[in-house]
Unconditional design. Structure first.
Length: 269
């Protein structure tokens, strides 16, 4: 009876050990499965990342390829356009060259024709068409005519220029004898005006040229003549206490006179 109980106790212990082992084995299998699942999940994640990366690289390559294709197409289009422009320019240059050549040939023909016509016209001149007497300018007495004509042209030019008559009046002559009425002259050209002189109130302006003083013409090119004539008239007016103003005619406009006035004024400052 005691032996039977001992065996029964031993079987129970053996059964408990088996259950314990099975339990441990089951637990280990679960841990292995969990570890395997974790590894598989990690591997799947890595594979997914690689797949996405490969897909992204493929998309980028495709995009780069498309961009390169567009650039090549653009370069090809630009090359075609440049070639077309070059051909167009070549045709234009050729046409212009042809026109230029035709123009030169025509000009050369016109020159030859002109020379030929001139030669024929020269040959047609007969001795009877020559003047019976030499011109007066070639004779001894006609040597002075060009000078007279030049003077007449100058007078006509002066008469065509715009003028203005100004009456200058002052009770006393201006202190500086070289500047009558406060007018500074370069020849007959007004280059400066004194503030306290009689010229500014009368309306005289820089750049005008003295043409006449008290009815007498003033030489334009004689240095000092205009100032002298104005000073004499100013002194004469002073003797009458300024009751009799001096009439002066100015040329108010003349080609190039402003440049002369500015140049003379800058040289004095």
């Amino acid at each position: 009876m005691g032996k039977k109980r001992k065996n029964q106790s031993s079987d129970e212990e053996s059964s408990d050990e088996k259950r314990q082992k099975n339990k441990e084995k089951t637990k280990k299998n679960k841990e292995d499965d969990a570890s395997s699942n974790a590894k598989n999940t990690k591997k799947d994640k890595v594979n997914k990342t690689d797949k996405e990366k490969n897909s992204s690289n493929a998309k980028r390559k495709k995009k780069d390829k498309a961009k390169k294709g567009r650039e090549e197409a653009g370069d090809s289009s630009d090359a075609k356009k440049r070639k077309k422009d070059k051909e167009k320019k070549g045709v234009k240059d050729k046409d212009e060259g042809g026109k230029s050549k035709e123009k030169k040939e025509k000009q050369s023909k016109d020159e030859e024709r002109g020379k030929k016509d001139g030669k024929e016209k020269h040959n047609d001149v007969r001795p009877s068409s020559l003047p019976a007497e030499p011109p007066a300018s070639l004779l001894g007495g006609g040597a002075k005519e060009p000078k007279k004509e030049k003077k007449d042209k100058k007078d006509n030019k002066a008469s065509q220029l715009p003028t203005k008559q100004v009456d200058l009046s002052a009770s006393t002559a201006y202190g500086d004898a070289s500047r009558p009425f406060g007018i500074e002259l370069d020849g007959a050209l007004v280059v400066d005006l004194a503030d306290e002189g009689a010229a500014i109130p009368a309306g005289v302006q820089i750049g005008w040229r003295v043409l006449e003083v008290a009815g007498k013409a003033v030489p334009e090119d004689d240095v000092g003549k205009a100032a002298e004539a104005l000073r004499q008239a100013e002194t004469k007016m002073e003797s009458s206490d300024g009751k009799k103003p001096v009439s002066v005619v100015f040329v108010t406009e003349e080609p190039g006179h402003w440049k002369a006035a500015a140049k003379a004024l800058s040289g004095r400052r």
